[in-house]
Design a protein around this ligand. Sequence first.
Ligand code: PRT
Ligand code: MG
Length: 213
Amino acid sequence: MITLALSKGRIFEETLPLLAAAGIEVTEDPEKSRKLILPTTRPDVRVVLVRASDVPTYVQYGGADLGVTGLDVLLEHGSEGLYQPLDLRIARCRLSVAVRADYDYAHAVRQGARLAVATKYVGLAREFFARKGVHVDLIKLYGSMELAPLTGLADAIVDLVSTGNTLRANHLVEVERIMDISARLVVNQAALKLKREPIRRIIDAFASALPQN
Ligand code: PRT
Ligand code: MG
């Protein structure tokens, strides 16, 4: 049995065409079903649904043989014990710094001000500002980062941006792009040895079906 860990929402949706290329069809809709283990048209392949931030943990400890996870989640979690054979080029976005439209970020940085930064990505944010030589107080949040500058909780946020609509709707502006993000295939290293052939076939099928641009 091969177990693939996915999260509901965009990762699940955007992985479906890659699974199809591997001849795997998920036979139940996770938005309708309450099941956390979904069967597929291949009797030897099943999908487990976990929180996006839990995918690396499941794969690392062998709760799943492979998984699809954002580079953001992977870098923040660490990739110990994970083989990363493919950039899947799906669920693309960027990790950015954003502030209120009326906040002069460049000035604050020039002045050497200490910035309060709210984010779910404390590790990535710490690394980014340290490299820039900017002093920050990091405030860990689990969601709705956009609210932090509006309420005075923080001067800036570090969050994912794709269309920019969420920032615009909240009168925030992107002032730095930290890195481009896409989803990665991660594989448990022990599973790769024990189930080499079937896992290889899935990796190769995914590779042949990646979005082109
Ligand atoms: O939502 P939940 O708390 O359950 O978990 P999650 O937010 O970790 O999962 P999910 O499904 O939202 O995101 C899974 C992965 O998709 C992330 O880890 C990213 O790698 C990737 N991804 C791609 C995104 C986005 N694009 C994205 N736009 N993840 C989140 N967003 C959010 C962003 O945080 C912001 O709130 O969408 C909003 C911005 O979108 P725009 O289009 O308005 O700019
Ligand atoms: Mg989300």
